[in-house]
Ligand binder design. Sequence first.
Ligand code: PLP
Length: 458
Amino acid sequence: MTEMTKVAGSNTPSNETLIEWDRMHQIHPWHAMDAWRGYDNMLVDTAEGIYMYDSTGKRFIDGPGGMWCTQIGYGRKDMAEAIYDQVMKLPYTSPFTSATEPSAILAKKIADMAPGDLNNVFFTTGGSTAVDTALRTMQYCNNRRGLPEKKMIIAREKGYHGSTYLAHSVTGKERDKSHFDFETRLVHFLPDVNPYRRAEGQSVEEFCDEKVADLEKAIAEIGADKIGAFIAEPILSSGGVIVPAPGYHKRTLEICRANDIFYISDEVVTGFGRLGYWFASEELFDIQPDFITSAKGLTSGYLPLGACIVSDRVMEMMSDSDEPSSFTNGYTYSAHPVSCAAALKNIEIFENEGVLEHVRAVTPHFQKRLRDLMKFKIVGDARGMGLLGCIEGKAEDLEAEKKLGSQIDEACEARGLLVRPLINMAVFSPPLIITIEQIDEMFDILEDALQEVQDNLN
Ligand code: PLP
């Protein structure tokens, strides 16, 4: 191990030392094990607005918005003050036995924002625990209803729902599944819903019929009496910003209702403004699900918090029994008062500064600049909605294609833009406060980077 070096004239470890300690002692999520201890992570130092700065002072546009979460941008003093005030007032109390002002107000606010009768909020520590809670609530509910066999979960290929045992078990990203164990008895996956991957000559409408038929077929084969829930992101984000065909959401919800299958809409990415609305399910896809899971943008990433929002209908089913039982699901940090105070400040900023309206106003420009990228030969598809976008690279040789994501990432990073590479794709979800000029700055860099990657391929 190397000696610790310090910043001249202080006791602060130098950047080289910090990178070394990180490499030697920190286990990062999703790190390649074959590159274990051979990889230097970028040492991120400060951030302001939509920009991040590394330890050398180099500036980057935060193209992925952290991990789809830094909605109001970095460096908000009012947010820091709200967090400080709550820490001084009450930093913690057990959610098992007590209520707090921020969590009660936040629950009421979310109930007012959520569609239909989704009036009940269970706070969690993030997205995975929100998904876990939704799935366990379905199991609990069906046990209470005397339907212990009705537990299968229908999920979809390319869907991502988190990293707890159950949330990862319903995740359909094959590449993320090597060497771990998963719950396979309870989960059935439907094939890819990406219209870009439809058969040659097939219309989008025909593709939609096929995808709806996939769900019907699964129900017919497994039996509705065995299926408890269908879980779906409105847009499959980590799977490559896959926007299912128009009408798909509504038709699948109707099928679920007809078969007494709970519909869980995983809005961990699409919620809290990413698509210009608090939640996308009802406003954009015309569905009122039984559960909505949320996290990320709920606090704009300032503190960890998730929410599993449950309909009155499900709550009534769960309580409609004389048999006493408590809902033994929860976490030490459920409804953490400081996280709830951060979420309330986040919502206040959204409301006072018209963040949702801003997203809706800049979306056409963002989506136009995104689709203009189709002019590059190496871009096979450019898709997205709201301030969520993805380019899917294409090359003649499949091996070359698989490297496109990381090549685009490298070329962008060298020019001061961070993107999120996913195999042959690059994904963007910048802070929602991004201006038209900054959108242009981002896409100008991207075009320059794509040109370089394309030239190098030829
Ligand atoms: N659900 C979706 C749709 C996600 O994209 C993610 C994370 O990216 C999760 C759940 C898991 O959230 P977390 O990482 O906060 O546990």
